[in-house]
Design a protein around this ligand. Structure first.
Ligand code: FES
Length: 86
């Protein structure tokens, strides 16, 4: 059995996440109950396995959940994390 790369998620400055290490990716929707409150999550899609991929973090990609480079056109700025308060 082959050795898999360690699982890693990096946040690229003003860009996407960078996910490595054969991390599975799926889409889920929130299930809302009769009282209009969220009750659970339901898986709606599994994406093909990839050893590495870049999920969009800016919300502008036309190929969600993956980055398509649109963050460059929109000049996505994630701010300076050193000034964020917990
Ligand atoms: S992070 Fe690249 S398109 Fe959103």
């Amino acid at each position: 059995m082959g050795k898999t790369a360690p699982k890693k998620i990096r946040v690229l400055k003003d860009g996407p996440y960078l996910v490595a290490g054969d991390v599975p990716l799926s889409r889920e929707i929130m299930v809302v109950g009769a009282d209009k409150e969220p009750e659970s999550w339901k898986k709606t899609e599994d994406f093909p396995a990839q050893s590495q991929y870049a999920p969009c973090r800016c919300g502008a990609s036309k190929n969600k959940p993956f980055c398509d480079g649109s963050h460059l056109k929109t000049r996505f700025n994630d701010g300076d994390p050193s000034v964020r308060k917990p």
